[in-house]
Ligand binder design. Structure first.
Ligand SMILES: C[S@@+](CC[C@H](N)C(=O)[O-])C[C@H]1O[C@@H](n2cnc3c(N)ncnc32)[C@H](O)[C@@H]1O
Length: 392
């Protein structure tokens, strides 16, 4: 590298050399500052198109992607213009080294590091797998530690990224099916670090439904502060986080209620808040099932069911099924049609059951409560926490 050249020329010379000798893996342009405020990032890959080498530029705009393919000579000129006018950071990835160009400070800087990928680019003219949340576009993913500065998913966060997308693949169509005037507010109970809350807000923005508020409710103040800061930095206007307990949250006006892995009876409290608000949609992925487990453990000793529940693992599985099936029954009592299914492979997490309740009926179904009473008697359960939370 000729270090007497300006840093940008050194960077472009390295790109040219990597393109010529076939070591180019990809390029990434980040930290936009140009006139086009919709342009968020650009990714560039070598590709063979009609037997000729091209550099394929994907321009990620706020609501769409545009692709342009340039022969290598033209591509270097285009890259130079983009770095000068639109992006403060450029990353070159080759099979030999990574090179970062950073023009955020007074003087541009270049930093060469070990190659992230030693595998050459495939040169196939492929498309990024269609995912509702795209790594390079969702800037909040970097703050949550899912992607790096270049917008690529970090190795350790691959499962999280897949999970986030899986939730949106399931939740997205359910939310989309609710007419905008009936979906003013989505509440995420026990939001934690906000992975799902951000994903839902992002998805609604993609649908141009910013008029729907998304609120994350979380007990821990540090997480609430972090998530509110990240929402502001990411310019997701319809998203906010509130500190407090699920039990004490005023859910009035919640049209959709979600709760992902809210511990034990917190899931019941979340469902109760959704029912109280008359939410159109209630979606929960339960976590642990301690309350019913304790009741069953005490009730089954010395009974016919003891042969199952004396084994800890079977007691746990039984408690999970019974707790969640009863939640579904109670939802049905309040006019919700329910579906219970595994939403992600248990390789990623054993907490993979989703209960989806969609409000389809007005009034109450007394039959569901009768079935609940019979089931409780059979399993020796005195009270299900959801009954208490609803004052049943
Ligand atoms: C296992 S984490 C799940 C976080 C998030 N939903 C996710 O899946 O990434 C559960 C979160 O719920 C919060 N939480 C548990 N019980 C709560 C309650 N009763 N009220 C408010 N937050 C609660 C915890 O502080 C924690 O951050």
């Amino acid at each position: 590298m000729d270090t007497s050249l300006p840093k940008l020329d050194q960077f472009l010379a390295a790109v040219e050399a990597a393109t010529t000798d076939g070591s180019l893996v990809r390029l990434a342009l980040r930290m936009p500052f140009g006139a086009d405020e919709t342009l968020k990032s650009v990714d560039i890959k070598p590709a063979t198109i009609r037997d000729a080498l091209k550099l394929s530029f994907t321009f990620h705009h706020k609501t769409r992607d545009l692709t342009q393919n340039h022969p290598p000579d033209g591509a270097i000129g285009q890259l130079k213009r983009l770095i000068e006018k639109d992006f403060r950071q450029a990353f070159l990835f080759t099979t030999g080294f990574d090179l970062a160009y950073d023009a955020q400070g007074k003087q541009p800087r270049l930093k060469q590091t070990e190659a992230t990928s030693k595998a050459p680019a495939t040169l196939e003219h492929d498309r990024e797998k269609a995912r509702p949340i795209k790594a390079v576009e969702a800037n909040w993913l970097a703050a949550l530690g899912v992607t790096g500065a270049d917008g690529q998913v970090l190795k350790a966060a691959g499962d999280k990224f897949r999970q986030i997308n899986r939730y949106v693949e399931i939740l997205g169509p359910l939310l989309k099916a609710i007419p905008p005037d009936r979906l003013k507010r989505v509440v995420d109970m026990g939001a934690g670090k906000g992975y799902l809350t951000f994903a839902v807000a992002d998805y609604l923005c993609q649908l141009d439904r910013q008029s729907t508020d998304v609120v994350g409710v979380e007990f821990r103040q540090d997480l609430v502060d972090f998530c509110n800061r990240t929402a502001q930095d990411s310019e997701i206007g319809n998203l906010s986080f509130a500190q407090g307990t699920i039990e004490s949250f005023d859910s009035t006006g919640a049209d959709a209620l979600i709760a992902l892995h809210a511990c034990d009876t917190a899931t019941d409290d979340a469902i109760a808040k959704g029912i109280a608000a008359g939410a159109e949609l209630i979606v929960v992925a339960p976590c642990c099932h301690k309350q019913i487990r304790r009741e069953m453990e005490a009730a089954h000793q010395g009974t016919d069911l003891d042969f199952v529940t004396r084994h800890g693992i079977f007691l746990e599985r039984q408690a999970e099924m019974v707790t969640d099936a009863m939640r579904a029954m109670i939802l049905e009592h309040f006019g919700y049609s329910t579906k219970v299914f595994e939403f992600i492979s248990d390789v990623h997490t054993p907490k993979n059951v989703l209960i989806v309740g969609t409000k389809t009926r007005r009034g109450k179904d007394a039959g569901a409560l009768k079935r609940l009473e019979a089931a409780k008697a059979y399993f020796g359960i005195r009270r299900h926490h959801l009954e208490d939370a609803l004052g049943l």
